[in-house]
Write a protein that binds this ligand. Structure first.
Ligand code: SF4
Ligand code: SF4
Ligand code: FES
Length: 251
């Protein structure tokens, strides 16, 4: 198996489940495994943003030299000569326990309950851990990273520590710099941001943010949040009246 060269890093050889592989040195092990058909569960990974290693679901075993250890694969850089085991009994047992812990942290997430049932046969009502009832967030950090790294806004952050840690708008107040693009809601694996749109208003319940929509001058369709269009205008050189029409009427 081979992958195209990325960022001109030299290719290195390594082994996955007994098969010889090659990939750019220090590229993400999880990206390689997913691209090559290995069935690895994951929740906090998105190749568009930096790895964070938060959910711990993407566990594999890696032998590097004489040491073999259980590790998250999304933030493990591929190195020459490593040997990777994706489906050992130890890997399966630990992934299942991680899934139970995640579900205990966010038992109200339908998406998480479904994944736990389908992939691990876990019954969300019979967990061996105490449940954090009412919660849907697994602290994967995707919302914070997508907002900061992709949208370039930094409307969100983490607050608190340990079991009190949360992904929040600043001081739990309105995320006043949020432009309403919805990227965080699309990225959230547990669907807990509460993006909603009622004709001329978009809301993001988790960030206490409500945004007026821009209405197309020609057809009257409310097609994008005003603040998002203002942001696009500020970072591009399009004329001020460019956004008067929706994309369909602009054609
Ligand atoms: S909707 Fe707001 S908080 Fe979410 S990614 Fe866009 S700007 Fe950031
Ligand atoms: S709100 Fe969603 S994306 Fe953000 S940390 Fe929680 S689960 Fe992850
Ligand atoms: S996907 Fe690797 S720790 Fe979450």
């Amino acid at each position: 198996m081979t992958e195209a060269k990325v960022n001109n890093a030299p290719m290195v050889e390594f082994i996955v489940d007994g098969k010889k592989c090659s990939a750019p040195r220090e590229s993400s092990l999880l990206d390689f495994l997913l691209a090559n058909g290995y069935d690895i569960p994951y929740l906090c990974h998105n190749p568009a943003v930096k790895p964070y290693g938060a959910c711990r679901l993407c566990l594999v075993e890696v032998k590097n030299g004489r040491k073999t250890k259980l590790t998250t694969s999304c933030n493990y850089p591929i190195l020459e000569g490593i040997e990777v085991f994706t489906n050992t009994e130890k890997v399966r047992r630990n992934r299942k326990m991680v899934m139970e812990l995640l579900l205990a942290r966010a038992p109200e997430s339908k998406e998480l309950r479904q994944m736990a049932k389908d992939r691990f046969g876990i019954d969300a009502d019979k967990l061996p851990f105490e449940k954090n009832n009412g919660n849907k967030c697994i602290l994967c950090g995707l919302c914070v990273r997508v907002c900061r790294e992709l949208v370039g806004i930094e409307a969100l952050s983490f607050a608190g520590r340990g079991e009190h840690k949360e992904a929040i708008s600043p001081f739990h107040d309105v995320a006043s710099t949020c432009i309403g693009c919805g990227a965080c809601a699309v990225a959230c694996p547990t669907n807990c941001i509460g993006l909603d749109q009622v004709i001329t208003k978009r809301s993001l319940a988790r960030w206490n943010r409500e945004l007026p929509m821009k209405t197309c001058k020609r057809c009257g369709y409310a097609y994008a949040p005003m603040f998002q269009l203002e942001h696009f205008q500020n970072i591009s050189s399009v004329p001020a009246d460019f956004f008067d029409l929706c994309p369909d009427c602009r054609k």
